[in-house]
Design a protein around this ligand. Structure first.
Ligand code: AMP
Length: 502
């Protein structure tokens, strides 16, 4: 039987072709019937361009219904979808195109000249334009193709997508995701998070990333749900849409911004059954403030491009602040100490995972793939964490963020928590800076509350850490900034801080 992910979605689509799939800010509704027809047209277009099963279809476009039609069309044609962050510049694009060698590259008109040049260098046969509002060459070409397409059979191990991971060091690597990885991933989340008929999803994430594409969009399609399909996140609009939504998935920044909206209250959330956060740590202050304001406890989960979701707080049970919950069904998750043994509860170690949702390896990098796996088949996530006695996982940071000062391991999060608790501090990032004696020295980058009555000075930050933690963890330097640099998924870009304060 075909394991094509699209076929699995289509089986679950509502029987009524008129049932809404996407509702757009301009009032336009894309019904499920149109998803079927348009994805067929796009699949026919790709085949007419000579795309064969296994060929990559790359897209550097904004979030629009056409981007979704293209993705589904690529799946139907048996191709491998390769979404790219619109923020990628020519160096990054050249690497991705040269590495993935797509058959088709879809670009925004404003980046088309550069896109065509880079595509020519990488011998990409076809370049088509799609504008931010979903118009242009690609949409026009697709409209000329037939509205029916027999979805091409795929086996579970065939690739459905390649997502390049941001990789703060070195070159981006393509994480290969199979139809099995994505199918198991979405069916697990759908069940675990209690999706039910009538759910309406508030879709505020970009769709070039795992979170927006393979968690949020997939859950809605698997459930045959309607989505508020927001091309860009706007906190005021998001809060205005809450009374007509039941599930929202976001990154912590979204929740911070929603909290700044006076309209966020229990009445606005009366239809909501679930708020989910992930991709970056949800600070306890935000978790608590959101609960106080709305009566809802945000469910935090943990995952990454290399396979999706690994752990989640429960839908029914206790959602524990500061943790990402327990391993999801079907995922085997362990925390290992430096000696290759399971770390005791409460002890920090490397997080490793195994499961059918975990990716099939890095594209054209078998050695790197082998390096990142253990002999017994676990993927080394590169994240550091601790498990509680009953299996709740706390993320402590990335192992590359680990600071080694005078030969001692220092986990930034422990220090950040002390600094964040100081009155007048909004948030902080602790990094290691090169030091002639210690190898690395602890530096604290602190954002103060603009409206604080008295703003803490460097000496108070140092004293606070000194009074609570071992002396080798005390920052040697403290810098104040207005904001921490974050990427679109809300992750603090510590690499930029390390460069800036080097
Ligand atoms: P990406 O591959 O871009 O999705 O990034 C994955 C990384 O984001 C993980 O390896 C973690 O370091 C981080 N991450 C994801 N979810 C969380 C979370 N809930 N709390 C803390 N870090 C997270």
């Amino acid at each position: 039987m075909s394991q094509n992910l699209y076929a699995q979605f289509e089986e679950r689509f509502p029987h009524d072709d008129g049932a809404p799939a996407m509702a757009l800010p301009d009032g336009r509704i894309v019904p499920y019937g149109e998803l079927k027809v348009q994805s067929a047209r796009y699949a026919n277009l790709l085949v007419s361009l000579g795309a064969k099963p296994g060929d990559r279809i790359a897209a550097q476009v904004e979030k629009s219904p056409c981007a979704v039609f293209l993705y589904l069309g690529a799946l139907r044609a048996g191709c491998v979808f390769l979404p790219m962050n619109p923020a990628y510049q020519s160096g990054e694009l050249a690497h991705l195109l040269g590495d993935a060698r797509p058959h088709v590259f879809v670009v925004r008109p404003q980046a088309a000249a550069q896109g065509r040049e880079l595509a020519a260098q990488a011998a990409v046969p076809h370049v088509l334009e799609l504008s931010d509002d979903g118009e242009g060459e690609l949409a026009v070409a697709a409209a000329q193709h037939a509205p029916r397409f027999a979805t091409i059979s795929r086996s579970a191990d065939d690739l459905a997508a390649i997502l390049y991971t941001s990789g703060t060091t070195g070159r981006a690597k393509g994480a290969m995701l199979t139809h099995r990885n994505l199918g198991i991933g979405v069916s697990t989340l759908h069940k675990f998070w209690g999706f039910k008929p009538g759910d309406v999803l508030l879709h505020i994430l970009p769709i070039y990333h795992f979170h927006g594409l393979f968690v949020t969009l997939h859950c809605a399609l698997w459930n045959g749900s309607a989505m508020w399909f927001e091309p860009k996140f706007d906190a005021k609009r998001a809060v205005a849409l809450l009374p007509r939504s039941t599930v929202c998935m976001g990154v912590p920044t979204h929740y911070v911004r929603m909290l700044a909206e006076p309209g966020l209250n229990p009445e606005a959330c009366r239809e909501m059954r679930l708020f989910i956060s992930g991709s970056a740590p949800l600070l306890p202050d935000i978790f608590n403030a959101f609960r106080e304001r709305t009566g809802h406890t945000i469910l935090e989960r943990y995952g990454m491009t290399e396979g999706g979701m690994f752990a989640s707080n429960p839908y029914g049970g206790e959602r524990r602040c500061g943790t990402v919950g327990q391993a999801l069904p079907g995922v085997s998750l362990r925390v290992m100490n430096g000696e290759g043994q399971a770390a005791a509860p409460g002890v920090t170690g490397q997080i490793e995972v195994k499961g059918d949702n975990v990716f099939a390896g890095y594209w054209r990098l078998p050695e790197k793939t082998a390096e990142e796996h253990t002999a017994d088949g676990y993927f080394k996530t590169g994240d550091l964490g601790q498990l509680s006695k009953n299996g709740y996982l706390t993320i402590v940071g990335r192992d590359k963020d680990l600071i080694i000062s005078g030969g001692l391991n220092i986990y930034p999060k422990e220090i950040e928590e002390v600094i964040d608790a100081l009155a007048g501090v909004r948030e902080s990032a602790v990094i290691g800076l090169k030091h002639p004696d210690f190898g690395e020295a602890v530096a604290a980058i602190v954002v103060r509350e603009a409206a604080a009555v008295s703003q803490p000075q460097a000496e108070e930050v140092v004293q606070a850490v000194k009074s609570r933690l071992a002396s080798f963890k005390v920052p040697k330097s403290v810098y104040f900034v207005d904001d921490l640099p974050r990427n679109a998924m809300g992750k603090v870009q510590k690499n930029l801080l390390r460069e800036r304060f080097a």
